[in-house]
Design a binder for this molecule. Sequence first.
Ligand code: GLY
Length: 373
Amino acid sequence: MNTPHRRVPVALGDRAYEVVVGPEVLGAAGQYHRELGLGPALIVTEPEVAAHHAPALVDSLRDAGVSVRAVLEVPSGEPAKSHASFEQLVERLLAAEIRRDCSVYAVGGGCVGDLAGFAAGTVLRGVSFVQAPTTLLAQVDSSVGGKTAINTRAGKNLLGVFHQPRLVLADIATLRTLPLRELRAGYGEVVKYGLLGDADLFVWLERHGPALLAGDEELRTEAVERCCRIKAQVIVDDEREQGGRALLNLGHTFGHALEAEAGMDGTLRHGEAVAVGCVLAFRFSERRGLVPAGTADRVARHFAQAGLPTSPREALGRPWPAATALQQMQSDKKIRSDNRLPLVLARAIGAAFLTRDCSRDELARFLCAEAAN
Ligand code: GLY
């Protein structure tokens, strides 16, 4: 198809797909859908997004002769990922006569994508799934790679399946209506990609980040494309997180604990927690002598320039008691049965690695020095 959209391949053999990136991608959805030979569509979306972006998708599908069987709204944010919301969605998909040849579209942020993907991966033992992420965070992270899940009482994302999408439509124009705070939070994940595996991307963001955040869509397209290329390679190398995919968790072990401290009620955005987590991961790396002095400050300066918090105190508006921080980190779901906490550290900007050699004492000393700041 002849469009100005960028197409990033995710080369997973018979489950390969493309991430299409650019402005007005949703308006071309029908053609991409037809290209793949997908059947009737059922659209899962969230209230604000339904008004702003679902019509372009529905019109494009119908113009291409694709039957749209239902447009179903689910709650925004984490409430979408409850058992009750999952049960209701599945019943509504079945009531709308979903069949094995149908495809479920997720149009919205990462939570809608996680819920709709889990429903698509399980209803009728699995139907085709298309991700149409409308937040920067979902465009660069959760929509690519096939992780789907809902939450349980024991924690976030504990019930899910790997279910790769057939297509990801990352429409940069949808970011025009995204609140600035959400955009900045998504930018935290963009920076993470530079920090973990692409020093040139980090330098590029130091130069272009302000214009990107201010609205430049060429820069936004390029940033999303570059992040998706990095993520696609990580997924191809380690789809089920047995090794390298864990690098995507740079900043997340500290970040998730900080989110738990903030109360998981949305007062602290995931991308904000990741920004603080990345700074802490670089401070930890610096204390170990892995990166030159000043590296963590450089990372923090860039997040601060983007309007993101760079310390627990700034993120929470109060200190984070080290003992609580330690306890929260040690209940991380990624701890294996040997009780070793996985930490992503760095040897340089753009050179992250996974380690499980951090003792409880070393972590406690670090948190005493850093968590209260
Ligand atoms: N969001 C991390 C991953 O996809 O593995």
